[in-house]
Design a protein around this ligand. Structure first.
Ligand code: ZN
Length: 258
C-alpha cells in the first residue's frame, strides 16, 4: 500500500457515509462482485470455476435449454448444488444492516444466488431471477430448490412430476426477457433514489446497466464500491475500489461517526 492510501480509503468510506446519511432514499444495485468473497466466481472472469471450459453464452442460452435439456442440466446441476451451499459475506451483511437501520430502501441485484435474502435483506429485487425456484416449461408447475433433485431423470434432465415436461430454473438465461415486474420496480426505485449505491458490478450488462443513468437523470447521485473500472466512475460522487467485504463494513463503521 502506498503512503497515504489508507487515509484516502478511510476518507472515501467517510464520504460515502455522509452521502448515505444525507439521502432520503438510498437504493443498492449489486452484481457478481459482491458474491466473489463468498466463493462464487464471476463467470466473466476467464478460466474460473465451473465456467472454465465452456462458453456461458452457449450453455446458458435459452436455445441450449430448448435444444437439449439434459445437456443444459449437465452443466447447471453441479453449479446449482454449489450455489445452494454458499453463504453471504460481510458486504451482504452490511447492506442488510443498512436496511434494518432504515438507511437503505431496497437491493436491486443481478445475482441469482439468494445471498442477499440469506443475509437478511428484505426488499430484494432479483432482476435476473434466482435459483430459489424452478418451473415446468410446459405446464408452469413450480418447484422449490430442494425439490428439484428428485426430478432428475436418468438422462440428466429435470422432468415435471405433473406433465412430464422439462423443468427450467427461474433464472434469466441469455436470449430471455428480464421479468417485467421486477424491472419496472427497479426503474421506479432508481428514479426515486437520492443515492444509488452500486456494489460489485462493472455496470456493463444492459438493461440493468441503464439504472444508474435513470438515477442521475432524476437528480440523484451515484456511489460506486467495485474493484476495477466501471462505465460510471466519472459520474460517481465517490468511488471505493477495494474488496467489497472490507469496504462496506468500513462505511458502516464510518456511519457511526457521521
Ligand atoms: Zn409440467
Amino acid at each position: 500500500m502506498e503512503p497515504g492510501m489508507e487515509t484516502a480509503e478511510r476518507s472515501a468510506a467517510a464520504r460515502l457515509a455522509e452521502l448515505i446519511r444525507a439521502a432520503d432514499s438510498v437504493v443498492a444495485l449489486t452484481g457478481a462482485g459482491i458474491s466473489v468473497p463468498s466463493g462464487i466466481p464471476d463467470f466473466r472472469s476467464p478460466g474460473t470455476g465451473l465456467w472454465a471450459n465452456v462458453d456461458p453464452m452457449e450453455v446458458a442460452h435459452i436455445d441450449a435449454f430448448r435444444a437439449d435439456p439434459s445437456r443444459f442440466w449437465g452443466f447447471y446441476r453441479p453449479r446449482f448444488q454449489t450455489l445452494g451451499s454458499k453463504q453471504p459475506n460481510a458486504a451482504h451483511a452490511a447492506l442488510a444492516e443498512l436496511e434494518s437501520r432504515g438507511m437503505l430502501d431496497a437491493v436491486i441485484t443481478q445475482n441469482i444466488d439468494m445471498l442477499h435474502v440469506k443475509a437478511g435483506s428484505r426488499n430484494v429485487i432479483e432482476v435476473h431471477g434466482s435459483i430459489r425456484t424452478s418451473s415446468c416449461f410446459d405446464c408452469g408447475a413450480g418447484y422449490e430448490l430442494d425439490d428439484v433433485p428428485a426430478l432428475f431423470a436418468e438422462d440428466g434432465a429435470a422432468i415435471c412430476s405433473q406433465c412430464d415436461g422439462n423443468v427450467k430454473p427461474d433464472v434469466v438465461l441469455f436470449g430471455e426477457m428480464l421479468p417485467a415486474a421486477a424491472m419496472a420496480e427497479a426503474e421506479r426505485l432508481a428514479t426515486e433514489a437520492d443515492l444509488m449505491l452500486c456494489v460489485g458490478s462493472s455496470l456493463e450488462v444492459f438493461p440493468v446497466a441503464g439504472l444508474p443513468s435513470v438515477t442521475l437523470a432524476s437528480g440523484g447521485q451515484l456511489a460506486i464500491v467495485t474493484k476495477g473500472v466501471t462505465s460510471f466512475d466519472c459520474d460517481a460522487e465517490v468511488k471505493l475500489d477495494g474488496d467489497v467485504a472490507e469496504e462496506l463494513p468500513a462505511v458502516l463503521a464510518a456511519l457511526a461517526l457521521v
